[in-house]
Ligand binder design. Structure first.
Ligand code: NAD
Ligand code: MG
Length: 385
């Protein structure tokens, strides 16, 4: 039987690449539901191609979507909870969560509670509520799409948890690798949006430039693989060919290596444990000979340090870190604060909000809101300076 798929955030970078994979393997997958925040035009194209039973759009895009999709046979869902409504449809087996940020949290939890397999791209969900999500997820129910975590999962097949020494988390280093703090102060939005290796949505591209992306991934890995922050070592690997390495107590290292192409982890998450013939060329010997690693500069790229600290402290700290970062990245994209202002906003927000330990979901929602409001105030101050 075909796997019945819902894609939350179908019009984004991960969503479009998921569609690419599904298009190649119609014998394995059926598209049941697709959502977009605002790209109604692309959603319409996909609706014509796949004829899914359901489409979902945000409230603000609803009226445009209704006009656009009037001739489509798909049911159009919107409203406050449309992502969760779609994530829990009885007709769905697997939910690809590929929206940006905190918005991915609730549908992830609802989909897991409804017994769906979740292919999770939205790392922010695990950052905010890692302990809650992992306590709900049954074994094999939550499959990472993030390339490093997909790679780590592959390295850990057949291994015992107690034999793991260290997880190496490679980062390409982004467009500003080697920059000094002084040089970082003046970089433009356009420069920051030019990632050397990956073509991704704007939020994660900025996170990659600040190295916050690797910080969020560190927290994501802590929860997915039940590791301590000390067991995770971030390394700069500019070629982006090694996606994770695991060191075991006997001195062996296992690595997953492939071209930097998100369709590989996406396809594995969709078809797990089957590997689909994607026709993506393997790294050449020349590629393999170029592999190098270096230490990250955490004094210049403070975001990584802040995220590691938040991971160590736990409780609400990762939630505050994430909320402040989402707001700060948005402000940077709107040219309200400089690039170095992003980690400054995150740090000040963390310092100003007193910590809460063991927050439940409701508390996390409140803290998320509070942290956003505080971050906005800090941004106003910075932009007035
Ligand atoms: P994107 O901006 O390209 O696409 C986001 C998608 O989500 C779009 O379809 C958009 O319509 C929808 N969306 C945005 N905000 C929303 C909201 N508030 N509510 C509902 N829908 C919303 O982003 P992306 O690069 O595809 O990244 C998606 C997620 O996957 C992020 O969490 C990112 O960190 C993670 N991720 C992405 C990549 C990558 O290569 N792009 C790799 C690893 C992890
Ligand atoms: Mg990644």
């Amino acid at each position: 039987m075909k796997k019945r798929i819902a894609i939350l955030g179908a019009t984004g970078s991960i969503g479009r690449q998921t569609i690419d994979v599904i298009r190649k393997f119609p014998e394995f997958f059926e598209v049941v539901a697709l959502t977009t925040h605002s790209n109604v035009e692309l959603l319409w194209k996909y609706a014509c191609e796949f004829n899914p039973r359901y489409l979902g759009v945000s409230e603000r895009a609803y009226s445009t979507a209704r006009d656009f999709l009037c001739s489509s046979e798909s049911a159009l869902l919107s409203g406050k909870n449309y992502l969760s409504d779609i994530a829990t449809l009885p007709e769905v087996d697997l939910v690809v969560v590929a929206v940006v940020g905190f918005a991915g949290l609730e549908p992830t939890i609802k989909a897991l509670q409804a017994g769906k397999t979740v292919a999770l791209a939205t790392k922010e969900a695990l950052v905010v509520a890692g302990p809650i999500i992992t306590s709900i997820a049954q074994k094999g129910q939550l499959i990472p799409v993030d390339s490093e975590h997909s790679a780590a999962m592959q390295c850990l097949v057949g291994e015992r948890h107690q034999d793991i020494s260290l997880l190496y988390l490679p980062a390409s280093g982004g467009p500003f690798r080697g920059y000094t703090f002084q040089q970082l102060k003046d970089v433009s939005v356009e420069q920051a949006l030019k990632h050397p290796k990956w073509n991704m949505g704007p939020k994660i591209t900025i996170d990659s430039a600040t190295l916050m992306n690797k910080g969020l991934e560190l927290i994501e890995a802590v929860h997915l693989f039940n590791l301590t922050p000390e067991q995770i070592k971030v390394v700069i690997h500019p070629q982006a060919l090694v996606h994770a390495m695991v060191l075991f107590h006997d001195g062996s290292i296992k690595a997953q290596i492939s071209k930097p192409d998100m369709r590989i982890p996406i396809a594995l998450a969709l078809a797990y444990p089957q590997r689909l013939p994607l026709n993506i060329p393997e790294p050449s010997l020349e590629d393999l000979s170029s592999i190098s690693f270096e230490e990250p500069d955490e004094e210049t790229f403070r975001a990584l340090k802040l995220a590691r600290q938040a991971a160590k402290e736990g409780g609400d700290r990762p939630c505050v870190l994430n909320a402040a970062n989402e707001v700060a990245v948005e402000s940077f994209l709107q040219k309200k604060i400089p690039f170095t202002g992003i980690s400054q906003v995150v740090e000040e927000t963390l310092n100003k909000l007193p910590p809460t330990s063991n927050p439940d979901l409701e508390t996390l929602y409140k803290i998320d809101l509070e942290a956003r409001q505080l971050a906005l105030k800090i941004i106003t101050k910075i932009s007035e300076r």
